[in-house]
Design a protein around this ligand. Structure first.
Ligand SMILES: NC(=O)c1ccc[n+]([C@@H]2O[C@H](COP(=O)([O-])OP(=O)(O)OC[C@H]3O[C@@H](n4cnc5c(N)ncnc54)[C@H](OP(=O)(O)O)[C@@H]3O)[C@@H](O)[C@H]2O)c1
Length: 233
């Protein structure tokens, strides 16, 4: 697809991977709407990178509707939804509460599912479109303290594969991008962004991956891509 002038909606575009992706896409001439929870931060970041801010929580159905209504009223169409908003908790299994499972799944899985449902309605009516889901290497294999986050990202992978099967006949591409560890505000309760680290991948590599998968002609789609740091140790 042509990125220049294409219309994007990125959930969680006010920080980390979502912000870097929005910035790269805007630099390539795309029109990008971003969502986030912290309204002041969202507006500040949107102004800084030239994005269109939509204050919306993916856990909330009226906010989801508001996100799509806002994009359509601002730009008249939508080409790509990037389901990026995500949260994580890492604790030993005995320390995890039902509330931990519920809040992580509400954002990472149910929010993504409901956003994808609305996007698929728009894309079917338009004759095509693209959904990019941000998964994780935590969705590929389990590990100590990962029970809730890893389970949510396994669910993201399963959801993505089902959407792929259902939506391909409508010219809707659904792709999964699995980053390994990226220093961001992820997992930080104070929402402080961690600086880039020499050996870890950065948000910029994930943004580059997303742009690469989108750059091919729409007749092709990359179902899943995983990004590792070459030598993180
Ligand atoms: N960082 C990593 O190591 C890593 C590795 C693999 C996969 N991932 C995945 O990559 C994605 C982005 O993570 P990141 O590292 O960029 O995290 P981040 O820096 O913490 O950014 C998360 C973004 O999502 C927003 N957000 C959180 N909950 C939301 C909700 N309910 N509704 C709307 N927006 C919401 C946040 O807004 P506020 O800041 O206002 O809360 C923020 O803009 C996530 O899906 C994560 O699971 C991250």
């Amino acid at each position: 697809m042509l990125i220049k002038d294409a219309i994007f909606l990125i959930t969680g575009g006010s920080s980390g991977i979502g912000k870097s992706t929005a910035k790269l896409l805007i630099g390539l001439g795309a029109k990008v709407a971003i969502t986030g929870l912290d309204k002041n931060k969202l507006q500040k970041v949107a102004k800084e990178i030239g994005a269109f801010p939509i204050h919306a929580n993916v856990q909330n159905d009226p906010d989801i509707q508001h996100s799509f209504d806002s994009v359509l009223s601002e730009y008249g169409k939508l080409d790509v939804l990037i389901n990026n908003a995500g949260i994580g908790v890492h604790k030993p299994i005995e320390a995890l509460s039902r509330a931990d499972y519920e809040s992580i799944f509400q954002t990472n899985v149910f929010g993504m599912a409901m956003m994808s449902q609305k996007a698929s309605e728009i894309f079917k009516a338009q004759g095509g479109g693209t959904i990019i889901n941000i998964g994780s290497t935590s969705g590929l294999s389990g590990y100590k303290t990962g029970a809730v986050y890893s389970a949510s990202k396994f669910a993201v992978r399963g959801l993505t594969q089902c959407l792929q099967a259902e939506l391909r006949p409508y010219n809707i591409r659904v792709m999964l991008v699995n980053p390994s560890e990226v220093p961001t505000a992820f997992g930080n309760e104070q929402r402080v962004e961690r600086p880039d680290q020499d050996k870890k991948i950065t948000s910029a590599e994930i943004a580059h991956t997303i742009v690469s998968t989108l750059s091919m002609d729409d007749r092709g789609m990359i179902p899943e891509v995983t990004v590792w740091a070459t030598n993180p140790w």
